[in-house]
Ligand binder design. Structure first.
Ligand code: NAP
Length: 652
């Protein structure tokens, strides 16, 4: 039997007793995988049932947290732990050599992890995502010297050093393409640099919210706080030597395409207000959708005498302990801010226009245990499978429950399965609230997935029930020097106002000005708030301009934004490959290709809970068109972005 070494693993030095304790903490499905890797014996996969993938409705209805971890019985788990102990001891006794990963074994592992009958269309997708062989199948490696020379003469400007921009830098560097990243902030991290409000944390699991090629085994929480995520991206930028390519404290003001020279001239302004021009063969925008805070348009806001802060621009050192605070908004940001502020404020007025749906998630604030970290670092393939488990359970998980059934007639749900979700989520809210008046305020009447559903461990509704918190659902009429006046004439006197009122999400690439072929202005082509791009990435009339997390690429439930960013950057590099191989100056998406794609996007979005006329949300622009969201399954978008099809473009 050919043996494979596992150099990335740290040696196991713990006692059997400690290992037994650590095993208790682990994700069962990932541990099963690891045991099979250690023993090479796939019969375990026949003995145990396949893990049940995330089914929130069933988990909520049956009260079964076990369902969130694969649905294994305590007896099955205890038996697995005994086998794992033996497998670890045996593996160590064999010098930690691993049995060869044969194609048959890989297939068995895939089929088991994905539920026995994984659709064949997913096999290549899983190969790429989980990369058991350690081969990174994304990005661009240019072997031919002629191509390398062309790449070296193809400077790129990347705008933004958040998740997408740093990733673009890593991949450009790998391809030997010179690049400069222009970043308006003094540091790396994008949204995680900017959002510093109390309680800010990611609401997808940290172990899947990272680059596939740079897993982080050291997350301190399962849903890490903003500063830890910022530090992760900063670390990646340094590790992959991207940092020296970043111009911090510098904003892009305009970008003009010079057709004759096939060059972008990117005007930037530094922290001192000095302007200069960078020349690039291509521009990659990685500014995201949620980076320009939107203040509410309320009469008298400017007359308020105390601090008015936006969640996305939280002043350093702002201390609201002992103060009377109004929080406007009840979206993802307010949901995290309110419990934190309520704990120390003298009084908190939560001004809620529409309540949020929330998923029960007992682990939302939980720290990662020592056992979990031990397994990530020391058990073969555990970290790969754990990341995949977190990702895959969300890939299709609840996608179908977001789709409108045209024969379903209700204002509260869009299909029978959406109604089942509504009942489960309502039950979760009911279980936490006994006051009928408050219940009436916080129980959404719109369909689940009409707005982003938030991760919840009970802390939000507990905060709303504190004696120092008042939930006000009457509309805001005005703000004066002393506080907020609601439509019923009540004056709410406060010392500070927090606007958790969201972002200019429908103004893509705002406030930069892009001038394309023939002087076409991007904001005019997009009518300011109607961003459209082919695959969310390329735009007619704007040669060699690429977007990461551009129009219609936001994910509501299915998949991971980290995965999508990797798909987009891979596609952009494929486009650049076409240019280099074809010795072309530029490529530009064909208008008909772009239009057909966007027609499909609009059709599918219109048939979703978030596209329904029953709901308002930040996914839609002022005309009601969904400009933020990708409506397709993640596997479909992955397929669309695997290869850049030359026929989709006009070349120069
Ligand atoms: P948001 O979801 O757009 O929420 C804005 C809130 O402000 C809504 O409740 C909105 O009410 C309310 N609002 C806006 N203008 C108002 C006005 N004039 N008067 C009264 N209420 C007003 O913004 P967000 O909470 O910042 O979240 C935006 C997105 O950022 C999220 O959906 C998520 O994608 C991301 N995010 C993620 C995390 C995380 O990972 N944990 C945390 C924060 C944000 P209506 O709903 O009635 O419009």
């Amino acid at each position: 039997m050919v043996l494979q070494s596992s150099p990335e693993l740290k040696p196991i030095t713990e006692s059997p007793q400690l290992i037994a304790r650590y095993l208790e903490e682990l994700n069962t499905a990932s541990l099963i995988m690891s045991v099979v890797h250690m023993t090479g014996d796939t019969s375990l996969l026949d003995e145990l049932p396949t893990p049940r993938t995330l089914d929130v409705v069933a988990a909520g209805a049956e009260g079964g947290e076990q369902l969130l971890e694969g649905g294994y019985t305590p007896a099955q788990v205890a038996d697995l732990h005994r086998r794992a102990q033996a497998a670890i001891a045996d593996w160590q006794a064999r010098g930690c050599a691993l049995p060869e990963l044969t194609p048959a074994m890989i297939q068995s592992l895939y089929h088991f992890m994905c539920g026995a009958d994984v659709d064949p269309e997913y096999l290549e997708f899983i190969d790429e995502e989980v990369a058991l062989d350690g081969v990174d199948r994304r990005g661009l490696q240019l072997e031919a010297p002629a191509l390398q020379a062309r790449a070296a003469a193809f400077p790129v400007v990347v705008i933004g050093a958040g998740m997408g921009g740093v990733l673009a830098g890593i991949r450009l560097q790998e391809a030997g393409i010179p690049y400069t990243i222009v970043e308006k902030n003094p540091g790396v991290g994008g949204t995680w640099y900017e959002n510093r409000y109390p309680g800010c944390r990611v609401d997808v699991p940290g172990h899947s919210y990272s680059y596939s090629f740079a897993p982080n085994h050291a997350w301190s929480s399962h849903f890490p706080l903003a500063d830890e995520i910022r530090a992760y991206f900063d670390h990646c930028a340094q590790q992959f030597e991207v940092t020296p390519h970043i111009r911090f404290n510098t904003e892009v003001v305009t970008a003009e395409y010079d057709e004759a020279a096939a060059l972008w001239r990117v005007r930037v302004r530094d922290g001192q207000g000095e302007e200069s021009v960078l020349q690039a063969r291509a521009v990659i925008s990685a500014v995201g959708q949620l980076n320009r805070p939107k203040m509410p348009d309320i009469d008298g806001l400017e007359s308020f005498s105390g601090p008015v802060v936006h969640s996305g621009a939280w002043p350093q050192g702002l201390d609201l302990a002992g103060k009377r605070v109004a929080v406007i908004g009840s979206g993802a940001s307010a949901f995290q801010i309110i419990p934190e502020l309520a704990a120390t404020a003298f009084q908190l007025v939560a001004l809620q226009r529409s309540p949020a749906w929330m998923f029960p998630n007992p682990g939302y604030h939980m720290e990662v245990g020592a056992g979990q970290r031990w397994a990530l670092e020391k058990l073969p393939y555990y970290s790969k499978w754990y990341r995949f488990w977190l990702f895959y359970t969300s890939v299709e998980g609840v996608y179908n429950q977001t789709l409108v059934d045209p024969d379903w007639h209700s204002k509260r749900s869009v299909s029978a399965s959406n109604e089942a979700m509504r009942e489960a989520l309502s039950g979760w809210i009911h279980s936490q609230i006994s006051d009928p008046e408050l219940l009436d305020k916080v129980l959404p009447t719109y369909p689940p997935f009409g707005k982003r559903i938030l991760q919840d461990n009970g802390s939000y509704l507990a905060a709303l029930q504190r004696s120092n918190v008042e939930v006000v659902t009457t509309g805001i009429r005005a703000i004066d020097a002393q506080g907020v006046v609601t439509d019923d004439g009540v004056h709410h006197a406060v010392d500070a106002i927090v606007c958790a009122t969201g972002f200019h999400a429908d103004r893509f690439l705002f406030p930069m000005h892009f001038s394309g072929r023939g002087g076409v202005q991007l904001n005019e082509q997009w009518s300011e708030t109607n961003g459209r791009a082919y695959l969310g990435i390329t735009v007619p009339n704007f040669p060699n301009l690429f977007c990461i997390y551009g129009p219609n690429t936001n994910l509501v439930v299915a998949g991971s934004i980290a995965h999508n960013a990797e798909s987009q950057v891979h596609y952009i590099l494929e486009c650049i490959r076409l240019l280099l191989e074809g010795e072309q100056q530029s490529l530009e998406c064909r208008q008909d290709v772009h239009d057909a794609y966007n027609q499909r996007v609009d059709e599918v979005n219109a048939g979703t809970a978030w596209g329904s006329p029953l709901v308002n949300n930040w996914y839609k622009n002022e005309t009601g068109r969904v400009t933020a969201n990708l409506p397709f399954r993640i596997i479909d978008y992955w397929k669309m972005t695997r290869h850049a099809e030359p026929g989709d473009f006009l070349f120069d």
